[in-house]
Design a protein around this ligand. Structure first.
Ligand code: SIN
Length: 539
């Protein structure tokens, strides 16, 4: 198992990097599930780019900085947005069919954007992109697909968090074969997405357990802005489809938020009403739900003709109808759902992480584009731009042989069987995070969360050493670590800003800039060979 480049994660960022690298490098593309099991595949709204007449990079940057509540990195923001139109052209060259409007692309509108700016494929933009790029990746001889493989930890030469540390590969758990092994590479690219699963209700897929962020932390990388979990204002509120996304484009095309009695409430919260940035709309909904003792509010797009809804929102229309909600004639029950991890591993626009041999791209990275609150539809954009830029950065370096793999012990390790109590602990953690570290936090709630998470983290580490890895254990280990990083970030931020709101500290404080967490005091890193007991492989 030796490659030039190992990419962890098969969403848009990973696919973009793989396709740019594959003609000239031997690439492994690792996915915990199938190639399409990514958050990118679920993205509905689209990709923001200043394509409209009269729009400009500067205007798009301005809207991004406003949404980011003072914490965007202006250089990175300009660097990414100035490549937005090129990113759309690249996707079209790779077979992505965006919704057209006459000669050009139809552009929809979303919160925080001063004008129509979102290129989209109806309301299933992510799946159109992943289908097109995924088909190319499958047909590309230079790409080895390792589906159903879970990354355990990065392999380092040199002590984590020091200038001597170099990433030389990754430990992988083959989820079907049950074997743990080492894969060596000159470059590892983390494109493993965010950590939406740390919350009870999320729009993110089951695989979004913060694996890349947790692995990078254990390898000594810098992590920033984890307190800024973005809650999408309009996750579907339904017992069979909690968190199914009702795209912001529904509000962009005129959808209004109402209380169950029909009263509209957003104008009282912000002059931009339903099209205010997401943090504001999510908090307004949460406030109204608390004030009126509600589980949800209503999103009403029923004034639009059915033909319009079928053309623009076929996926949402069909999914809701299957649940008995006809969006053409009745309002949609919605509530905020965890949607996006604005923070992550500190990296530049080309994904350089500060750890030699490691690039981090997409949602796992914190490039400075999103600041304290991501502007809608800037995430797929960041995936394409950083994925391609990381590939170019790697290609510019002389091709190197993979650094030597470790002692070879890992071939003997096998996965431990899943255990029922891990599912319960995961559920407890997610409920706690939603209750205490959700849209609105408080000092006492953060202390309560920290008291639960610290021991859970320690227990998961001990258990991994005792029992060996299983998918459930690896994911809960990473979720507990990421939850801890979120709570640490939220506790250290003695103000409210963007997606972080603490009811005990509701004001902005200009003294609080972006905060970068120091590397861990105790290096974690790869499992110790001596400590992992072999157990029978899962069937
Ligand atoms: C949406 O369609 O509302 C999601 C778009 C995004 O998260 O940027």
């Amino acid at each position: 198992m030796e490659f030039d480049v190992i990419i962890i994660g098969s969403g848009l960022a990973g696919l973009a990097a793989a396709l740019e690298l594959a003609p000239r490098r031997r690439v492994a593309l690792v996915s915990k599930g199938g190639l399409a099991d990514s958050a990118s595949n679920r993205a509905q709204g689209g990709i923001a780019a200043p394509l409209a007449e009269g729009d400009s990079v500067e205007a798009h940057v301005r809207d991004t900085l406003v949404a980011g509540a003072g914490l965007c990195d202006q250089g990175a923001t300009h660097g990414i947005i100035s490549q937005a139109c090129g990113a759309i052209a690249w996707l079209r060259e790779h077979g992505v069919a965006f919704t057209a409007d006459g000669q050009g692309l139809h552009l929809t509108r979303e919160g925080g954007h001063g004008q129509r700016r979102i290129a989209h494929a109806a309301d299933a933009t992510g799946s159109a992109i992943v289908a097109a790029l995924g088909a190319r990746a499958r047909g590309q001889a230079g790409i080895t697909l390792l589906e159903h493989h879970c990354a355990v930890d990065l392999l380092l030469a040199g002590p984590p968090g020091t200038a001597q540390a170099i990433c030389r590969g990754v430990q992988l758990l083959d989820l079907r074969g049950g074997r743990v092994f080492e894969a060596a590479a000159a470059h590892v690219v983390l494109a493993s997405g965010g950590a939406g699963q740390v919350y009870g209700t999320t729009t993110a897929p089951p695989a979004a357990t913060g694996d890349g962020i947790a692995m990078a932390w254990r390898a000594g990388c810098r992590i920033a802005n984890m307190e800024f979990t973005q809650f999408h204002p309009t996750g579907l509120h339904h017992p069979q489809a909690a968190g199914f996304l009702i795209s912001e484009a529904v509000r962009g095309e005129g959808g209004v938020l109402r209380l169950p009695g029909g009263a509209r409430f957003m104008p009282a919260h912000d002059p931009r009403a339903e099209l205010a940035p997401r943090d504001i709309v999510a908090r307004a909904i949460q406030t109204e739900m608390a004030r009126h003792g509600l589980d949800c509010v209503h999103l009403d797009i029923s004034h639009q003709p059915r033909d319009f809804l079928l053309a623009h929102f076929p996926t949402i229309h069909a999914r809701c109808l299957a649940l008995g909600i006809d969006i053409a004639s009745m309002p949609i029950p919605v509530a905020p759902a965890a949607h996006y991890t604005c923070g992550g591993v500190v990296a530049d626009v080309a994904g350089r992480s500060g750890l030699a041999g490691l690039h981090v791209i997409g949602e796992a990275a914190c490039t400075g584009l999103h600041g304290a609150n991501r502007l809608a539809s800037n995430s797929l954009l960041e995936c394409v731009v950083t994925g391609r830029a990381a590939a170019q950065d790697i290609l510019q370096r002389a091709a190197m042989p993979p650094r030597a793999a470790g002692a070879g012990w890992a071939a003997a390790r096998t996965a431990s069987p899943p255990s029922a109590d891990l599912a319960r602990l995961r559920q407890d953690l997610r409920q706690l995070m939603s209750r205490d570290v959700g849209v609105v936090r408080s000092d006492a709630a953060l202390r309560r969360a920290a008291a639960f998470i610290g021991p859970l983290r320690a227990a998961m580490e001990a258990r991994l050493l005792r029992e060996g890895p299983s998918l459930e254990l690896l994911e809960l280990r990473n979720l507990a670590l990421v939850a801890d990083l979120i709570v640490q970030g939220a506790s250290a931020r003695r103000e409210s800003r963007g997606a972080h709101f603490n009811s005990d500290r509701p004001e902005w404080s200009d003294a609080r800039a972006g905060r970068v967490m120091p590397p861990p005091a105790q290096p974690g890193g790869a499992l110790s060979a001596a400590a992992v007991k072999p157990v029978p492989a899962t069937p």
